[in-house]
Design a protein around this ligand. Sequence first.
Ligand code: CP
Ligand code: NVA
Length: 314
Amino acid sequence: MSKSLDLVRLSNKDLLCTSALPLADIEQIYATATLLKNGRTEHTAILQHKRLAMIFEKDSLRTRFTFDIGMQDLGGSAVFMDHRDARIGSRESVKDIAKNLERWVHGIVVRTYKHKALEELAQQARIPVINGLSDFVHPCQGLTDFFTLTEKWGTVRGKTLCYVGDGNNTCHSLIHTAAKLGANIRICSPEGYEPNSRVVSGAMRVALESGSEIQILNNPDQASEGADAIYTDVWASMGQEDEIEERNGIFAAYQVDADMMRRANKNALFMHCLPAHRGWEVTQEVLDGPQSIVYDIAENRLHVQKAILALLMH
Ligand code: CP
Ligand code: NVA
């Protein structure tokens, strides 16, 4: 028997960005995720008769499957809307979408191009809205990444994660989460592709309290030296397809390969949110190598998101 679940609601109605999540909420998500992971077949009624709407403007494998399966594991169900051809707010206003959905379902997961639309939806809807990736952040990913590292290391406090690549949505959520948890983070991007400066300055303020050290660098050799984990993501995110060729040239020196892994700490972990472009941001050898934990992270998306659903919707 696993420990019984003590579900206290998170501080906010929605989960849009980790920067708005108090440390105590992150700790509660992680504790709940661990219990749900260890007793996967035991907590099947937490969201009985609850329904989740999933509106995705972009492709997805992991986020779509894990939220859907997560709802089923907890006794509820999910309804998916493939929004590939129409953006949120184009057929009808964001307000009307919110006011309709709240009459039928108990929560909404949104994958969108515009973070602002997500904020407006959350403001208009009386039910929880969860960010399944926006142009700005990918909070469920960052939370899962550090949950997985906590499983591997016991604690992330004082450990160093080096993110090599584009200062994108995934990168922003890693910075937010690291700063809250007291992990050190080095971001290494080509000039002009660094993370949003407001994300960095905000995280640096949080870091004053948590003890996290945040560095923004341009040299991959310097950044990877002695790191405990190396992380990368695609060089062109969804919506930037027309920049792929240009970016492939600019980012070529930022590929994670066996040499970079050797510069990091012995037994350093390799991380990627996936999908990966094998042979571009990471070599096949590293992605499939013994230090790679990419599928452990993908598995944990399910457990962490089940915790988020349970804590927001029970
Ligand atoms: N990492 C991640 O969010 O994967 P999907 O784009 O497949 O959902
Ligand atoms: N940065 C990537 C993450 C995909 C999970 C994108 O936005 O396409």
